[in-house]
Every structure is written in C-alpha cells, then in structure tokens.
Design a protein around this ligand. Structure first.
Ligand SMILES: [Zn+2]
Ligand SMILES: [Zn+2]
Length: 82
C-alpha cells in the first residue's frame, strides 16, 4: 500500500520539475560546472563552493584522487569522499 503511494508521489514530483528548466529549485548536487562550462544534473561539491561535474571529475581523476575513494578539492585542499 505504502509503496504504491510512494510511486505515484515520485511520478507526480517528476512531472512537477521538468528537467532543464530549473535554476529555481536548488537540487543539492545539480549546478554549473566551471570546467566544461555546462549546466549539469550532478556535481561534486566541496564545502568551499568548488564544484565539478562527473565528466570533469573523471577526466581529472588522476590529479585529484589516488585511491578512487577520496578526492582532494583543488581550491581548499579538503579531502572529500566519493
Ligand atoms: Zn565539467
Ligand atoms: Zn574545497
């Protein structure tokens, strides 16, 4: 019963927030990637405000991570986990 309710709720939420229209609703991880200058659905975000999209993260992974468990923010040097 509950599952059913949740599914329709999710569907309703999706209808309410059409992709690509939303500067207004602040998705936690969505944003603008300054590296590829794209609006992306998902960003890695540091506390200092640094952000990088998944593509750029993969491209730069060799410089940001040495173990694929953590990455280091190039701005503030904080160690973040994936
Ligand atoms: Zn990017
Ligand atoms: Zn940072």
């Amino acid at each position: 019963m509950c599952d059913r309710l949740r599914v329709s709720y999710d569907a309703a939420m999706k209808l309410k927030t059409p992709a690509g229209k939303g500067r207004r609703d602040k998705e936690r991880s969505a944003g603008f990637c300054p590296y590829c200058e794209r609006e992306v659905d998902f960003c890695w975000i540091c506390r200092c405000g640094f952000r990088m999209c998944q593509d750029c993260m993969l491209e730069n992974a060799w410089g940001l991570t040495c173990n694929n468990i953590t990455w280091v923010c190039p701005d503030c040097g904080e160690i973040r986990t994936y």
